[in-house]
Design a protein around this ligand. Sequence first.
Ligand code: PLP
Length: 396
Amino acid sequence: MNSYSEKIPQRPAWTEIDLGKLRRNLQLIRADLPRAVNWLAVVKDEAYGHGALDVARVALEEGAWGFGLSTLEEAMHLRENGITAPLLLLGERQEAELEWCVAHDLTVCVNEPHNVRTLAKLATDFGKQVPVHLKIHTGMSRYGVRWDEAWPLIETILAEKSLLLEGVMTHFSQSDETDKTFANLQFARFNEVLQTLEQKGVSVKLRHACNSGGFLDLPHAHLDMVRTGILMHGVFPSQVCRQIPGIEPVMSVKARIAAIQKLEPGEVIGYGMRYTAPTEQRIAILPIGYGDGFPRVRNEGCALIHGQRAPLVGGIAMDALMVDITDIPQAQMWDEAVLMGKQGQDEITVRDIAKLKNSVTYDVLTNWRLRLRRKSVNGKITTQKAQTILATDGHR
Ligand SMILES: *Cc1c(COP(=O)(O)O)cnc(C)c1O
């Protein structure tokens, strides 16, 4: 972002993040979770496009233990902005990243001995005892040491006095479908590791397995902490998982009408002449396109204008799309249109956009481009509590 970009007038196309709804969602999640269970807010990829710092600040006020992130840059962004709560890096770290992690108290997941030894040495150099979370693969076959080969690595960690085995975790590959057979098999494998730890008298403060789907549908797997991502943003991980009433989408995508055209019968519109007007039509041009992350559709989808559905006509362009407003005569230049979200009684859901994209809701949320500036609403953080949290090292 350039130095002047905060000052110039906002483009008439933007994403709107309702931090009031976010807060409500987080309160409902926290209230649904047994008190003894900690809650990690996963804010990787800019909190799924919602703005990691804003989401983290609200989540701290609502009782998050810490935050889950993917990249070192994401974690440093929170640290540099005064977030002192635990930050857990979920993926795998390159050796060169480990020194940063120790220096800035970023918690690393480990799943092989080399990084364990490197971390231990760095911890000694820094004079710190460094917490680590051991990642167990129980069937997802992504990151992690296999559940049936974990013990030697645990011994390696325990042998390092400068390390603290603070967490043991696994990740479900399917927690939000009706059939929980595989999730339960994964959990049984994870339990084998936890039992071994218990038998050997090793106590670990945070045993965690659940993502949003597991949090909703696998209460027996909550253990000491759950890791929620998409649910915080008001989007359920699937349509068959348990629903918590009152949870609402946080993100909307909006644009203002930037031109109005009249089409005579037989006239065409847009690149490739993909649409021919059957009758006289009134068309609104919205200054948002696939260059902003809207799916590259033709004659599919719609926008909400004055609470009514205006169907998309023609093929969408990089920076513009066209909608038919013949039946919305009150629509005028610079009126607000909703591309995703609610207007009046109607709503275009994240799932609707995912269908247009032939993809999933996670992909839709994270792929709005940043040239659509994020406008946060209802988000004042005024309470003493948050200011204290941000100013001191409060949250462990
Ligand atoms: C992304 C992620 C989550 C959060 O998943 P949601 O389905 O968005 O709740 C939890 N745990 C791990 C390891 C992740 O990578």
